[in-house]
Design a protein around this ligand. Structure first.
Ligand code: NAD
Length: 260
């Protein structure tokens, strides 16, 4: 019998990260959940992942702004499971402001969570992947890793950086059966985007429906949000053996946004 694979997904208590955790749980993998939320909710998430098919679920409250927390989470994962076969760097936050008013601490937090945390997890976990001659690193970037929009300087810098770092890891790790790829969603209706919709509606005195139609989905040719499950399906494909030759790529699920 083959051992179940182990997946660590940062920021998996909500949105896309949780959807990816559910997908891998349904494939019978051990899951390391990370992210914030009320204790009761996190317990329910872990119980539900077990019900969905995960043999073992571990939760880490590591704060992705803190390298020492990240190192501790990774060390604990290696101690409990021996290795992390699939690493999904997904944790991310957003803040929108003209650059002249962009608070320094928001810049620092976005760079730390959306970019540097992926450096720290990879640095810590890649040795065990190399020892096994197998590994998958999947970084959740964004259409904003490929193109810019105004007022999102930190987010766009972090996501462009994440795609660049992913390519470097792909080159360094190729001889060890490890692939590294980015997924670049357009808009997916999660709490991260719901907050942007309500903020923009207030700021521009528009209805939320108008914000969705005239602002949020304006750059996409397909005027629909991508579903969380669609991002999870691509992550599962990239984690599978059929994707062993795909590395250093950035995959868009953006309704044609970056085709323009
Ligand atoms: P979300 O707000 O639903 O989830 C974010 C997750 O990150 C949560 O689990 C939260 O607890 C966790 N998190 C936040 N700060 C953290 C910290 N300091 N330490 C540890 N965990 C932390 O957001 P989402 O929309 O699911 O976003 C997930 C990823 O997808 C992000 O990297 C985001 O940039 C990216 N993305 C989202 C969209 C979209 O439209 N929703 C589009 C492109 C890319």
């Amino acid at each position: 019998m083959t051992h179940p694979k182990t997946v660590l997904i940062t920021g998996s208590t909500s949105g896309i990260g949780l959807g990816i955790a559910e997908k891998f749980a349904s494939q019978g993998m051990n899951i390391i959940v990370n992210g914030f939320g009320p204790e009761k909710e996190i317990k329910k998430i872990c119980d539900d992942l077990k019900k969905a098919g995960s043999p073992r679920v571990m939760y880490s409250d590591a704060d992705m702004t803190k390298p020492s927390d990240i190192d501790h989470m990774c060390a604990k994962a290696l101690q409990e499971f021996g290795t992390v076969d699939i690493l999904v760097n997904n944790a991310g936050i957003q803040f929108v402001s003209p650059i002249e008013d962009f608070p320094d601490h928001k810049w620092d937090d976005i760079i730390a969570i959306n970019l540097s945390s992926a450096f720290h997890t990879t640095k810590h976990l890649i040795k065990a992947m190399k020892a096994n001659d197998w590994g998958r690193i999947i970084n959740i970037a964004s259409a904003h890793g490929l193109v810019a929009s105004p007022y999102k300087s930190a987010y766009i810098a972090a996501k462009h950086g994440l795609i660049g770092m992913t390519k470097t890891i792909a080159l360094e790790a190729a001889d060890h059966g490890i692939t590294a790829n980015s997924i670049c969603p357009g808009y997916v209706l999660t709490p991260l985007v719901e907050n942007q919709i309500s903020d923009q509606a207030k700021a521009h005195n528009m209805s939320e429906d108008d914000v969705v139609e005239k602002v949020i989905l304006a750059p996409q040719a397909v005027k629909k949000f991508a579903k969380i499950e669609e991002i999870a399906e691509l992550a599962a494909f990239l984690a599978g053996d059929a994707a062993q030759g795909i590395t250093g790529s950035a995959y868009s699920i953006d309704g044609g946004w970056t085709a323009r």
